[in-house]
Design a protein. Structure first.
Lengths: 513, 337
């Protein structure tokens, strides 16, 4: 499986990560991975969601500590105790969410924390603006150092982040999905900038899901899968299809519950859902007892659409039919009363009400049934909570325990229990197994299959290909807010999913899958 | 259909409750407050020979009954994560409106209606800006604090409305039986209503859920903005009730009526164990806090302590009662280490 690195350049890498391991409670995020970054070259780090790319970036920038392995800079082993150490070593990262300050000027944003000082220890404003102007000229920014940051658009803010990265004399620049929010023209300008950085001998780590851009800009590639190193080499030596194969792999080592794929009549039909910015032209139907997977890259608009369906946000257009009747959903309360429930991805913020006990979390949307004329009936609440916590095999000390004291997996169980207690028709699970350990994952999968068998319709939003393929009767792939494909049966292969999600336009000739 | 009984797999038993209710009660904030209230009561009875007099104690209740009426509604509002700092100004506006109605010949029932209606309208005004326009309640109600009282000042200037009918004085000066005042009865009734509303109804549960996590509450199908709007209405309404009582007790309306009362109301709520950031607190706690504040002001009054010094005591009491458990925990942690 492992591709040796052919034609490794003779130059020594600036940064060399070897046998890096990083474990989080219950999850091995990185397992003996290696990554080399060469001066004057762009290395693309390729992998699915959860492959360990972000963890790698956080290790390189000193945010996480490794559990094993060595990082060498110019051949010397180093260890970063704090983010500052990585910055001193010349490693800098540009994220989509690089923290910038809207109310400050461009120069202040670039030099915040390391501004040039006068001999009295005050900020040397004129020197700061001079240096900032030089940097801005270097990257060809169309604004000056006195501009207020809030006047800039997203692409120009990006340039400020890049200038800030360069202001610390970076030798290694990490770009994490830098083009995600940029227009076509802005992307071209970014490519020019990357070329400039290359010509200055900087090593660039480029993380992207877009294959066209990887092949356009990268000199080398490194592929991770499920936290493990798969291979690396020169872009010139590999074909797009082979890279996809390396990325998704073929082994599906998780066992998914066997399911009878017989589905009942239509329960939900969505016609022409549209949102001014997040998604458009969403049409699909969902049948009784079916598991419908929604696959796509981060930012494809899946969660946004689901939240519109659940009444959190308002679609600008579109009709939703439940059991054939047109139903208007203006709020989550409407959705719940129409039998649609949503288990959000962000458990801590949107799922469980931390601070309330477990049983009150479970009964929260079902209070209408457990109460009498608006008055709480504690005995009824405990009865319902007992029933569903047993059904989900909840592990807790007591039902009156604060839900915040539970592990992530058990919090997820409380949220699911909360919704099942409302006896819904459609349950939307948004990344139901994200960040939970393998054991709990299997339990969630088992349970999902069981729900479908009992006649519940399940929509599963997931970025994990094995899960999407292993669990779904049918899969809808979304890309850039639209439905890119609807797949089932034989079409359900990792390669095809990735192709549709990433928008790889080249025809699949030569692709055996 | 989805509710079909599950084949009894390893049915794990999770007990309903971890601690007995007696154990919780003993460790609660309310128990601590009650101890404080009892000690203040004892100190007072030693410090002044006039303290243990039924009529004096009865008079002392006026120190807190009107504030407490608002504090109960305010407690729910603060638990939900919002606040209303305009309550004292609502009293001023409601009282002024009653005075105006009086000029047009309104009788006692009309006066009460006017007071309550103005309170409700002011609450709706605050609620609109917070729940419909999504503005922060602290800013909105600081604004309406000036606005409502400003209107009173424009209408009244240096004047005062006087001459309320004698039947109207029943609310603030009347007695139900022996030393028990009408305001005390109202205090008890309102405490029970809010206690039941917060602790025994679905609405109360929604208030807690919203205060702990408004997003998750929304995602759980709770109509968050509607609940908050109702809470602003209730706070406005209770300010209207307090306006009726206070105007009746004073027998006149000046634009400076109830000046600064909002801070005493908030103090009472926080002293009662309500988390100023929302999410937790109880009505019994606020009831005890009302007594504590009443006893402190009354005791100091008997000792001829001037008002400004009293506010120092109230401030120290608030900080002390809040800091004590935290200090206690720090000491305990250090001892363990």
């Amino acid at each position: 499986m492992t591709h040796p690195a052919p034609h490794a350049p003779d130059v020594t890498p600036i940064v060399s990560m070897d046998m890096i391991t990083k474990t989080f409670p219950g999850v091995k995020a990185l397992d003996d991975v290696k990554l080399d970054l060469y001066p004057g070259q762009v290395t693309a780090l390729v992998g699915e969601n959860g492959a360990g790319k972000s963890t790698t970036v956080k290790i390189l920038t000193g945010i996480y500590k490794t559990d094993g392995g060595t990082i060498r800079i110019d051949g010397q082993p180093v260890s970063f105790a704090a983010p500052n150490d990585a910055a001193k070593a010349g490693i800098t990262a540009i994220h989509q969410e690089t923290v910038l300050f809207d109310e400050l000027s461009v120069a202040e944003n670039i030099y915040i924390g390391h501004a040039p000082k006068t001999r009295f220890g005050l900020i040397d404003t004129s020197e700061m603006h001079r240096a900032a102007s030089a940097l801005l000229a270097e990257i060809g920014a169309p604004f000056n150092s006195h501009t207020q940051l809030r006047e800039l658009g997203i692409a120009n803010k990006h340039l400020v982040a890049i200038a800030r990265a360069l202001s610390v004399d970076a030798r290694v620049v990490i770009m994490d999905e830098p083009t995600a929010a940029l227009s076509h023209k802005e992307i071209e300008e970014l490519y020019d900038l990357v070329d400039t950085l290359k010509s200055q001998g900087k090593a660039i780590l480029f993380i992207s899901h877009k294959f066209d851009e990887i092949f356009r800009i990268a000199d080398r590639y490194t592929v991770f899968r499920d936290g493990a190193f798969v291979g690396d080499g020169r872009i010139a030596d590999i074909a797009e299809d082979d890279l996809v194969t390396m990325m998704v792999g073929r082994s599906v080592d998780q066992i998914f519950p066997a399911r009878a794929h017989d589905v009942g009549e239509e329960v939900l039909k969505v016609v022409g859902y549209e949102h001014p910015t997040e998604f458009s032209e969403i049409n699909f139907s969902l049948n009784r007892g079916e598991i419908l997977g929604f696959y796509g890259l981060v930012g494809a608009g899946r969660s946004e659409f689901m939240q519109a369906l659940f009444g959190i946000t308002k679609p600008s257009k579109g009709v939703c039919r439940i059991n054939g009747d047109i139903t208007v959903i203006r709020s989550p309360a409407d959705a719940v009363s129409n039998g649609i429930v949503y288990v959000p991805e962000d458990r801590g913020k949107q799922g469980a009400v931390i601070g309330l006990p477990i049983f009150q979390n479970i009964t929260l949307p079902s209070l209408g049934r457990t109460s009498r004329r608006g008055f709480l009936q504690m005995a009824e609440e405990f009865k319902l909570a007992r029933e569903y916590s047993q059904r989900l095999d909840l592990r807790a000390a007591a039902l009156d325990q604060d839900v915040g004291n539970l592990s992530g997996g058990n919090q997820q169980k409380v949220v699911i229990a909360k919704w099942l207690a409302t006896q819904p028709q459609v349950i939307i699970l948004d990344e139901p197994t994200k960040g939970i350990d393998i054991g709990s994952k299997a339990a969630v999968h088992e349970f999902m299959a069981e729900l479908a068998a009992q006649g519940l319709s399940v929509i599963m939003v997931s970025s994990e290909i094995p899960e999407v393929i292993g669990m779904s009767d049918r899969v809808i792939v979304m890309r850039e807010g639209r439905i890119a494909a609807e797949l089932n049966g034989a079409d359900l292969s990792p390669e095809i999913l990735v192709r549709h999600a990433a928008g790889i336009t080249s025809s699949s000739e030569g692709n055996a899958a | 259909m989805t509710d079909a009984p599950q084949p009894a797999t390893q049915a794990r038993h999770v007990p309903d409750r971890l601690n007995s209710s007696a154990a919780r009660l003993f460790k609660s904030w309310e128990a601590l407050l009650l101890a404080v209230a009892i000690s203040i009561f004892m100190i007072n009875s030693f410090a002044s020979p006039y303290f243990l007099n039924a009529w004096n104690l009865s008079d002392a209740t006026f120190n807190f009954t009107e504030k407490a009426m608002i504090a109960f509604a305010m407690a729910l509002l603060i638990i939900s994560g919002e606040i209303d700092l305009s309550v004292a100004s609502i009293i001023a506006l409601a009282s002024t409106a009653m005075g105006l109605a009086l000029q047009y010949g309104a009788g006692t029932p009309e006066l009460v209606m006017v007071g309550l209606t103005v309170g409700l309208l002011c609450g709706a005004f605050n609620g609109f800006f917070v729940t419909v326009l999504g503005l922060p309640s602290i800013v909105v109600t600081i604004g309406t604090m000036s606005l409502f009282r400003g209107i009173s000042f424009i209408i009244l200037g240096d004047d005062a409305f006087r001459g309320y009918p004698s039947s109207f004085s029943w609310f603030g000066q009347g007695y139900i039986y022996w030393v028990f005042t009408v305001e005390m009865l109202l205090f008890v009734i309102i405490a029970i209503i809010y206690g039941v509303l917060l602790h025994k109804t679905n609405f109360g549960r929604a208030v807690y859920a919203i205060g702990n996590n408004p997003t998750a509450a929304l995602f759980s199908g709770i109509r968050v903005q509607r609940v908050k709007f109702i809470l602003f209405l209730l706070t406005g309404l209770m300010s209207g009730v307090a306006a009726v009582c206070l105007t009746s007790r004073l027998g006149s309306t000046r634009p400076s009526i109830a000046m600064g009362m909002e801070l005493e109301v908030v103090t009472m709520v926080v002293l009662g164990g309500v988390n100023i950031l929302g999410g937790s607190g109880t009505i019994p706690g606020v009831v005890i806090a009302a007594f504590v504040m009443g006893l402190v002001t009354f005791g100091l009054g008997l000792l001829n302590v001037p008002g400004i010094v009293m506010s120092i005591f109230i401030g120290l009491l608030l900080i002390g009662v809040i800091a004590l458990p935290r200090l206690w925990a720090m000491v305990a942690a250090r001892r363990k280490a």
